[in-house]
Design a binder for this molecule. Structure first.
Ligand code: OOG
Ligand code: NI
Length: 454
């Protein structure tokens, strides 16, 4: 049967762009942030010709303007399982397991994102998706109340569910179905000013943990931020105040580097927004809630398990007692981490794509045949290009949660990490991000060597 289905890549792009438009209307500061990021990215690319060429070769220039990640928080296993099916329609799959309970946040999470190279190139839209761990509410009556409220809500429109089913049965959606799907699915992520609960219940859940109230007291999992990718996070951070945006004090993640690694992020404070709670005799009582915030990110090369181990060790050591000034001290703490492509590659700390150079393609057969990889690189026949990190960092995510919840770091929950329970709720296992990067690297090596005629 000939397929005339809309491609999942196209559906994802439609939805992420619709979501961006919706969020821009809901949170005006988001629009200001996008302008600032665009301005800085333009300046960086104009000033750094090599970076521009490298990003063009890697197909990253085209995706830069549409590249976003968002986050939602879900309340039940059923919601998580259905959101997995919803994201699958758009070619987004669960990658990685993040346990944030150790950081005092009663959730665990995964990131839905495209996993193959061509789709990532087209639009790498990612949604960090947390599941509330109700088992961490100590008060039994309160936990039962939360469970009851969650059971009662329906976060998907009936038509969304029909279209997900249809897509699974047919193996895709025709163009008009895809467009309808995007409109319907968008409803799940919308902000609701009216809460279906009374203020007293809200307050009780809020006192147990602000995050619990944010999930349980709302009709759906409002998208709580949409993050554009910048090529110079320090510059954007510096210029935020002039645009009326106040960022949090420090940038999460690794320090600024010649060869950027992983992911650096900073956010600005959540908005205080009016909410109408249910009151006696159908009247509404208006109070406020903070949930939605702004964030920017800069992405660098993905690290191998060994590189990640070194990163985690250095960061943990630094965060145990972060000296001031933070930025310089962090740079110093990472002095031992190699900061050039050659060493990162030679020591197996990061993932790279192999690109045959013009010189390599013109080289005589015996100059490439049987030569070890390092020789081909040293001879300039193969060039290394960083494979960009497409995922998240648990320590950074915990910092982001904490700063936008406005709370001081809490005591960590003393519970076992629960990946098995998470995957049972999800109805699938999560992809291993290291495996995905390693496969991309291996495939690029195969192609490069074939092109060199080896
Ligand atoms: C998600 C916070 C995590 C990130 O970029 O690490 C996150 C949330 O607050 O729901 O988005
Ligand atoms: Ni984020």
């Amino acid at each position: 049967m000939m397929s005339n289905f809309a491609s999942p890549d196209e559906i994802r792009t439609l939805l992420s762009s619709a979501m961006s438009d919706m969020y821009r209307k809901e949170v005006p500061q988001y629009g200001a942030l996008l302008e600032l990021v665009k301005e800085v990215n333009g300046e960086v690319l104009a000033a750094d010709h090599d970076l521009k060429c490298a990003m063009t070769r890697a197909g990253e220039i085209d995706r830069l303007d549409v590249e976003r990640h968002g986050a939602i928080r879900l309340g039940t296993a059923e919601e998580l399982a259905t959101i997995r099916r919803l994201f699958a329609v758009m070619g987004m799959h669960p990658v990685g397991y993040y346990d944030l309970s150790g950081a005092g946040t009663p959730v665990h999470a995964t990131a839905f994102r495209p996993i193959d190279d061509a789709s990532l190139r087209r639009n790498p839209f990612r949604v960090f998706t947390s599941l509330l761990r109700l088992d961490l509410i100590e008060d039994e009556a309160l936990r039962a109340r939360a469970e009851h409220l969650l059971r009662r809500r329906a976060i998907f429109t009936p038509r969304t569910l029909v279209l997900i089913d249809l897509s699974e049965r047919q193996g895709g959606l025709a163009q008009p179905e895809a467009e309808e799907f995007v409109c319907e699915a968008l409803e799940t992520f919308r902000w609701h000013r009216k809460s279906p609960v009374d203020h007293e219940t809200y307050q009780a859940l809020h006192d147990a943990h602000r995050l619990i109230a944010d999930v349980v007291c709302f009709k759906g999992p409002h998208i709580n931020h949409l993050t554009p990718r910048t090529l110079d996070i320090d510059a954007v951070q510096r210029r935020m105040p002039a645009k009326g945006i106040s960022p949090k004090e420090v940038i999460e993640g690794p320090p600024r580097r010649q060869c950027p690694i992983l992911l650096r992020q900073t956010s600005f404070k959540a908005l205080e927004e009016p909410i109408e709670f249910v009151a006696a005799e159908g009247e509404a009582s208006v109070s406020t809630h903070t949930a939605r915030f702004g964030e920017i990110e800069q992405r660098g090369v993905a690290l191998t398990p060994e590189g990640r181990r070194v990163y985690d060790t250095l960061l943990a050591r630094f965060l145990a007692s972060p000296p001031k000034p933070y930025d310089e001290a962090l740079e110093l703490a990472f002095a031992a981490f190699p900061d050039d492509v050659g060493t990162l590659h030679a020591q197996g700390l990061a993932y790279f794509r192999y690109e045959p150079t013009t010189q390599g393609k013109a080289a005589p057969r015996d100059a490439v045949e049987g030569q070890p990889l390092e020789k081909l690189i040293a001879a300039g026949f193969l060039r290394l290009a960083p494979i960009i990190y497409e995922d998240f960092l648990p320590v950074s995510a915990a910092g982001i949660f904490q700063s936008n919840l406005g709370s001081a770091p809490r005591q960590s929950y003393d519970v076992a990490s629960s990946r098995v329970a998470f995957e049972a709720a999800l109805g699938a296992s999560v992809h291993d991000e290291f495996k995905l990067y390693a496969e991309t690297e291996a495939a690029s090596l195969r192609d490069a060597l074939a092109e060199l005629g080896r």
